[in-house]
Design a protein around this ligand. Structure first.
Ligand SMILES: Nc1ncnc2c1ncn2[C@@H]1O[C@H](COP(=O)(O)OP(=O)(O)OP(=O)(O)O)[C@@H](O)[C@H]1O
Ligand SMILES: [Mg+2]
Length: 274
């Protein structure tokens, strides 16, 4: 069970996340949506302790993970794997070694130095790659794979840590629609089969609706929607994105403009020039 209470992050006078609270009682697949700058990444980074919160708590199974120090903090970070838009693999290293890097936290420095991985771990890594449909690429350099395959390697690396929670920050934002679909299916499978919590920041509405059980909408650092995909009507979405009547369901968060920042029509521009 994950409980976020009054979580706040200020960067100087800028409040990126403003006193937000929510609870996840059972492993769920949660999508976080909202326009650029709404505070989605900051929220995930605080949960994982990549960014220190200014205020509030994040309890997981009864412990405030924001208070953990040293080894306990590192333990939480490995229990709460992060997946990024840009995959963050080592491009020239083979796929299986990239996945095995997910176990680095648990290994001795000497073994790490010589890149010696226990045989059992190598088997486990290949099994995970197989579940994600990319075992055949295990020996290739990561950079030789397509974006969607690389993101599945990153998911495999996360699963290798055996985390209770997977946080994904725009995992499909750099992928074409086909690759985006395979990556979302992979995340959903890991969630369904292993019962891990998944929280993913997503930049398109249809992806959030299609793959998530619950959707949290953020606007200006606050939660303005928390419900099921069915509850997320076009009107609700327009409000979350703070968009005008020209709001399109298929737009991505980065495409949506302020209603006041509407592009001038050709006629208006001519009128202004005269
Ligand atoms: N390290 C930082 N220093 C200062 N301000 C920051 C920092 N990180 C984020 N911010 C600010 O906090 C606010 C929220 O940023 P955040 O990256 O969480 O938004 P986001 O919803 O993830 O946006 P996007 O969809 O563009 O990724 C923004 O106004 C941003 O400029
Ligand atoms: Mg972000």
């Amino acid at each position: 069970m994950l409980t976020v209470k009054n979580l706040t992050k200020a960067f100087g006078s800028q409040i990126a996340v403003n006193n937000i609270s929510f609870e996840v009682n059972a492993p769920k697949m949660i999508g976080v949506i909202g326009r650029s700058g709404a505070g989605k990444s900051t929220l995930l980074r605080m949960i994982n302790r990549l960014t220190e919160a200014t205020n509030g708590s994040v309890e997981f199974d009864g412990r405030d993970v924001l208070k953990l120090r040293g080894n306990e903090r590192r333990e939480w970070q490995s229990n709460c794997a992060m997946i990024f838009q840009q995959f963050n693999l080592v491009p020239r290293m083979d796929v299986v070694s990239n996945v095995l890097h997910g176990t680095l936290g648990n290994r001795s420095t000497t073994a790490t130095l010589f890149n010696i991985f226990p045989r059992a771990d190598i088997h486990k890594a290949i099994d995970i790659l197989d579940r994600l449909g990319i075992a055949e690429h295990a020996a290739k350099r990561a950079e030789a794979l397509s974006g969607g395959q690389q993101q599945r390697v990153a998911i495999a690396r996360a699963v290798m840590q055996d985390p209770k929670v997977i946080l994904a920050d725009e995992p499909i934002a750099s992928l074409d629609p086909m690759n985006a679909q395979t990556v979302m299916e992979a995340l959903r499978r890991i969630h369904d089969e292993d019962g891990r919590f998944v929280i993913a920041n997503l930049h398109t509405l249809d992806t959030a609706r299609r793959y998530c059980d619950r959707i949290i909408g953020m606007r200006e650092g606050q939660i303005v929607f928390d419900g099921t995909p069915e509850d997320l009507t076009t009107n609700v979405a327009r409000d979350i994105y703070g968009a005008g009547n020209n709001f399109s369901e298929t737009a991505t968060s980065t495409e949506i403009r302020e209603p006041s920042a509407a592009v001038l029509s050709f006629d208006d521009a001519v009128a202004m020039a005269n």
